[in-house]
Design a protein around this ligand. Sequence first.
Ligand code: FMN
Length: 179
Amino acid sequence: MKDFLSLVKSRRSVRQYRQEKIPRDQIEKIIEAGTWAPSAFNQQPIKFFVLEDSAKIKLAGEKIREMRKKAGENIWRQELPDPTFYQAPAVIFLCVSEPKNKYALADAALACQNCLLQAREMDLATVVVGQATMLEEIPEVKEKLGLPNNWEILLSFCLGKTDSFPEAPERKKPEVIFK
Ligand SMILES: Cc1cc2nc3c(=O)[nH]c(=O)nc-3n(C[C@H](O)[C@H](O)[C@H](O)COP(=O)(O)O)c2cc1C
């Protein structure tokens, strides 16, 4: 067991996954960590949609890239077969159902980081995929995925096993003011 700061520093965005399913109890433990994040007014509004169907993960990625191309955006990591969800065996969407309060995104981000760290502690790999929110613009695709239309996607992350965690990108020196 690593000390906490070492665990935090060892989490990396991973964009290459083994084609191996993650056992349900492990996913549940990761989500449990998410539920222990603080939330505004203790509303605990975050819902978790776990997508493991590879055809649906592929479809979601393709639709997002189509939209990004239409908008004239550059597709990062185009050389990869799935430069959106990186062929991960699971993608977890953090959602909220309406009405959402103004802190919902903060709630999702805090829950997400708990999940990422729990996954890392279990030697599993993750990457946050912010682009998943673009699915909000294509409700017919959300429906195909099985995601209720009143669940708004705030954030998502890929989850899987990897052969290697990449090198850490440099961190900027923190700008801090003490008074
Ligand atoms: C809100 C948010 C959205 C992100 N969206 C994406 C994304 O859509 N695709 C991707 O490959 N990485 C995404 N990332 C991962 C960042 O690129 C990554 O965290 C950053 O490069 C630092 O690398 P590290 O996570 O290994 O420390 C996202 C990260 C955050 C926090």
